[in-house]
Ligand binder design. Structure first.
Ligand SMILES: [Zn+2]
Length: 704
């Protein structure tokens, strides 16, 4: 998912749009029909304007910055006696929204345009807008105008108060509430921090570890690897680059010679060790120092304050509870792998080493859980899968999607849909689909927000627009596009982001769908991944394209689940080892952080939670997340555990994953709320109970 960094919050009117049922006679078919329909219920459906040339992209960027600067200067220059919520916080939110919308459009153009020059300019302009966004936090006159209103404590409703509190918190976190010299220190330390973060990333990018082996040493490694460009050397040996993930993986999973596996893993876990060990030590100390100066006990407290976790201690407890919960499954999986090693080596007391785990895991999957994922493609022709998913999402969220002729698209084949509320017919938003690869296009799968919803100055609700950029296999002359099961899961996930965007009904942009905390933003989509593992869901669309009476066999789904669960305990514990080493480094106090032995912390945590890394190595030096997503890695599992918890409510409902009543509650309590309240409250209102780890443990294969 793409997330544009939160610009200045946007805010405006107190009037919420009326939601009235429209006459049943309305039978809209064109975009203009839907726009008229939206107008009747106090909504506005407008599509973004896309730049057609590099000059357009540059002009719209410069224009938006110029207008916003002038508007913000005028805002800050108002007579302090006339300041109120509307002409400060709400006005600033609206000003930020306009620039933010330009940034979103340019972000999409940079990834999707068929014109390279336009993509490049859009990219440059995006950087410019981001820098502008960052500079907003440091505009003193603006800060003083907003603070005047915040300090006067006007009577506000809950959304407005939250907007004020969040914005003042952003200022406090940037150091604006400190004295001038203290603030200057923070700014200087932040610059140092940015420099070290960059250095850490550069050292990772520059790390190389070539290792040459003979064909004999590489026994077991697929021929396709040996034949890959650059692998065979003039002297007849084969070069493995331990820094290239798929190289390292090919050896780790397939090389029969344990010494070869050990050498490659040792090289991999030593990447950037010499350069980045001191950088990480400095980063840890500097972050702790900044946190301390801003009034936090440690860096994790600072980072998690604006997330669901709220404190480093809560994030730590979550991770440690999961470590304990997974223990029996982890032990059992490791023992299975160890026994495989014992059988292969003939040594009953063989010890499982870190370089053995991927090898025996791969063997186990091939021998015991062979699932031919290629064969399953026949059940997932693209069009039927898309329509099947649409039917499901329309049912559970009580919506109607209609394809309309788009006035403009950035590439041939891009489609546009309008979303309506199924009951009232009121338009809810619009989304584009750009689903197949082409030269120069973004090469993953993601939802790109085009425009978040918000209430306009005249009281109308400006409907959200989103775009899905995917790369499914293109259809051929004799075959439709056939998806892998994993592709179907991705489609359900990414379209979940589209739903989140369409359903959010927050008044202010600063509280719209994708502004929810970083450790939550993936959860609504991750939840929907669970749908594609359920037979009754798949039976609504998964059928052999050559003979649609043939549904996907139950055994195929059961095998997929078994294969996933076979090594899930180890997989999650490995994730936890990164989450915990990250938190253990970032919950140190400023005093402790200066003298911390980062190598010992990392290696002890890894050995305790996962499996001891090769001796003398320091794999954290090559974990890019530690510079940029620091004290944040726990968030992946935090969101996943919550997603599975939410999915369990559907599982238990009368109609299972197709239950419209539970779906409606999800729409109203979670998706529709955006960030207008604490997401923990939204999630628990949906669950109807406190959050639980139990459904996740069952998902991993631990029976109650
Ligand atoms: Zn996502």
């Amino acid at each position: 998912m793409q997330k544009f960094p939160r610009l200045f919050p946007t805010a405006l009117c107190l009037l919420l749009p009326l939601t009235v049922a429209l006459p049943a006679s309305a039978n809209p078919a064109t975009l203009a029909d839907f726009q008229a329909l939206a107008g009747k219920s106090n909504h506005s459906l407008t599509l973004p304007v896309y730049p057609l040339t590099p000059a357009d992209a540059q002009a719209m960027t410069e224009q938006s910055i110029k207008e916003a600067d002038a508007a913000l200067a005028a805002l800050a220059a108002q007579d302090p006696k006339t300041l109120n919520f509307e002409n400060t916080f709400a006005a600033a939110d609206a000003i930020g929204a306009k620039v933010g919308n330009v940034a979103l459009i340019l972000g999409t153009v940079a990834e999707s345009s068929t014109d390279k020059a336009l993509r490049d300019t859009a990219n440059d302009m995006g950087v410019k807008l981001q820098e502008w966004g960052v500079s907003l936090d440091y505009r003193d006159p603006l800060y003083r105008a907003l603070k005047t209103v915040a300090d006067a404590k006007p009577k506000l409703d809950a959304d407005q108060q939250r907007l004020v509190d969040d914005q003042m918190r952003t200022y406090r976190r940037a150091g604006l509430s400190l004295s001038a010299p203290e603030r200057a220190d923070i700014e200087r330390l932040r610059k140092d921090l940015a420099g070290l973060n960059t250095q850490f990333a550069v050292n990772i990018n520059e790390a190389r570890a070539p290792l040459d082996f003979t064909a004999e040493e590489l026994a077991g490694v697929p021929q396709s690897f040996l034949d890959s460009p650059g692998v065979k050397q003039p002297d007849g040996r084969y070069r493995v680059m331990a820094n290239i993930t798929w190289h390292a993986q090919a050896i780790a999973e397939n090389a029969d010679n344990p010494e070869v596996r050990r050498k490659v893993l040792t090289a991999r876990c030593s990447l950037a060790q010499v350069t980045n060990t001191p950088v990480l030590a400095k980063l840890v100390a500097l972050r702790a120092d900044i946190a301390h100066r801003l009034g936090y006990a440690n860096w994790a407290d600072y980072q998690t304050e604006i997330r669901m976790a709220k404190t480093g201690a809560i994030a730590l407890k979550f991770e440690n509870d999961l470590v304990a919960g997974l223990q029996p499954k982890f032990d059992q999986e490791i023992e299975t792998l160890r026994q495989m090693k014992a059988a292969q080596t003939g040594k009953a007391d063989a010890k499982l080493e870190s370089w053995d785990v991927p090898y025996y895991t791969n063997k186990l999957k091939k021998e015991k859980y062979a699932v031919d994922t290629e064969k399953l493609r026949v059940y997932f022709p693209y069009q039927a899968t898309l329509e099947g998913m649409f039917a499901i999402y329309q049912k559970i969220f009580s919506l109607k999607f209609t394809a309309v002729e788009p006035p403009y698209v950035w590439a041939p084949g891009v489609q546009l849909y309008v979303v309506q509320d199924a009951e009232t017919g009121v338009p809810m938003g619009a989304f584009y689909l750009d689903m197949f690869p082409r030269d120069g296009k973004f090469n993953h799968f993601a939802c790109f927000e085009q425009k978040p919803g918000r209430v306009l100055a005249d009281g109308r609700f400006d409907l959200p627009v989103a775009a899905l950029l995917c790369n499914f296999p293109a259809p051929s002359a004799d075959k439709p596009s056939l998806l892998k099961h994993a592709d179907v899961e991705t489609l359900f996930h990414e379209f979940g982001h589209v739903m989140h965007s369409m359903l959010s009904r927050s008044r202010y942009v600063a509280q719209s769908a994708f502004t929810v905390p970083l450790d939550f933003v993936e959860a609504p989509s991750q939840m929907l991944e669970n749908w594609v593992w359920d037979k009754s869901v798949l039976d609504t669309f998964a059928a052999d394209y050559r003979d649609p009476s043939k549904k996907i066999p139950a055994e195929a789904i059961a095998s997929l689940v078994a294969a996933r669960q076979a090594t899930e305990g180890y997989g999650e514990r490995r994730q936890l080892s990164i989450g915990l080493l990250d938190l253990n480094l970032h919950t140190l106090s400023a005093d402790d952080a200066w003298q911390a032995d980062v190598v010992k912390i990392v290696n002890d945590t890894t050995a305790r939670v996962s499996i001891a890394p090769p001796a003398g190595t320091f794999w954290a030096a090559y974990i890019g997340h530690l510079a940029g997503y620091d004290a944040g890695y726990y968030g992946y599992l935090w969101a996943k555990v919550m997603a599975i918890d939410m999915a369990s409510v559907f599982k238990a409902a009368p109609d299972g994953f197709l239950d419209a009543k539970v779906g409606r509650r999800l729409r109203d309590e979670v998706y529709g709320k955006g960030d207008t309240r604490e997401v923990s409250e939204s999630v628990e209102k949906f669950l109807g109970r406190p959050r639980s780890m139990q459904p996740f443990l069952e998902y991993v294969g631990i029976k109650k």
